[in-house]
Design a protein around this ligand. Structure first.
Ligand SMILES: [Zn+2]
Length: 353
């Protein structure tokens, strides 16, 4: 296994990245209840949050766009950033392989022939066909919910983005009053100048992400069968490049058109590990997550004989000092950091092949 793990802390101001409902003229921000320790007692607080689904959508949208640019295969709906993922035969797209797979499933799932088919063989065939032809579902997983259900677990996992616990008292949600200026239109339609309110959040947010790079391009539902080495290498490059693009260009969440947030990264820590998976400590616990991660790496390497590499990015002088004090290599930009992560990951994957 070659395993990538990421922890991010970012100061985000005036964001409407993840809205959940409209009540009258108010559009509400997603909130989550979190528990944390204040003095010696635990308290509960509702804070602005961005869901893991929202962040996974942004990541997969970038995967789909980059893949198409590079000539890697993407299915009909993933190309449109509609991640319905072959959940049902009715929403299989109109590419030849999708039509063939739909009719194959219709024939094996329907009627008496069901008894004669080997369900495990069908499950393997479905997974192999879909991952061969759609890199988004290879990396992001899918669930076909037919009579012979097939599940591919996502190769990546991500947390909600929530306010860091050390700065949670400074996390706010406030309502911004807006009104469209339409003095003449409102003479003919009284709702033309309708006021509305949008909840916006500001906080030091923390986010965690991990990905198993070595199983990209390999089936896993029934048995492991891998695509060619060259194709797998291109897909691993794609998976890392899309993550770098998402973070560096701040392309995540919704409602950017008029509420594009001001995002300043404080700390980014990335680890690569093999053969066992190592995860960066939660960045929500405070800047101490750097020291905690580094201590855990030392113990982990000794106990498991694994290799772990650690890479850091600092948004300010304090963060840089903290990384250097913990012997973490500091990169000037997020793109350069991920270039190095990619180089090492490909080197490790090649040695495992
Ligand atoms: Zn797809």
């Amino acid at each position: 296994m070659v395993f990538l793990s990421l922890g991010v802390r970012a100061l985000v101001n005036v964001e409407a990245l993840n809205m959940v409902e409209s009540v009258g003229n108010i559009v509400r921000h997603r909130k989550a209840a979190i528990v944390y320790k204040r003095d010696s007692a635990y308290v509960v607080r509702w804070v602005p949050a961005v869901s893991g689904e929202s962040l996974a959508h942004s990541y997969q949208a970038l995967l789909a766009s980059l893949a198409r640019q590079r000539g890697l295969p993407v299915c009909t709906y993933c190309s449109k950033h509609e991640f319905v993922k072959h959940a049902d035969r009715r929403i299989f797209g109109d590419l030849d392989w999708e039509k063939k797979l739909a009719s194959r499933l219709e024939s094996v799932e329907g009627g008496r022939r069901r008894q004669q088919v080997n369900a495990l063989e069908v499950m393997h065939e479905v997974e192999k066909t879909i991952i061969t032809n759609c890199v988004v579902e290879d990396i992001g997983g899918f669930l076909y919910a037919g009579k012979i259900p097939v599940k591919r677990t996502s190769r990546f996992s991500c947390s909600f983005m929530i306010p860091a616990l050390d700065a949670v008292e400074k996390a706010v949600v406030e309502t911004q009053f807006q009104v469209r200026h339409a003095p003449t239109a409102s003479q003919v339609w009284d709702q033309a100048q309708m006021p509305y309110n949008v909840e916006v959040g500001s906080a030091v947010y923390a986010w965690s992400f991990y990905m198993d790079l070595s199983s990209i391009g390999c089936t896993s539902a029934v048995k492991s069968e891998c695509l060619g080495d060259d194709e797998r290498r291109k897909r691993v490059e794609l998976a890392i490049d899309a993550l770098a693009l998402m973070l560096d260009s701040r392309l995540f969440g919704a409602k950017h058109s008029r509420f594009m947030p001001v995002v300043g990264y404080e700390l980014i820590l990335v680890t690569l590990s093999k053969p066992l998976p190592f995860n960066v400590s939660p960045p929500a616990m405070g800047p101490c997550f750097v020291e905690d991660t580094v201590k855990r790496i030392e113990a982990f390497v000794k106990a498991t004989n694994s290799s772990v590499e650690v890479y850091g990015y600092a948004g300010d002088g304090d963060a840089e000092k903290l990384l250097k004090a913990n012997n973490v290599r500091v990169y000037k930009t997020i793109v350069e950091l991920f270039e190095e992560v990619k180089r090492k990951a490909l080197e490790w994957l090649k040695s495992q092949a």
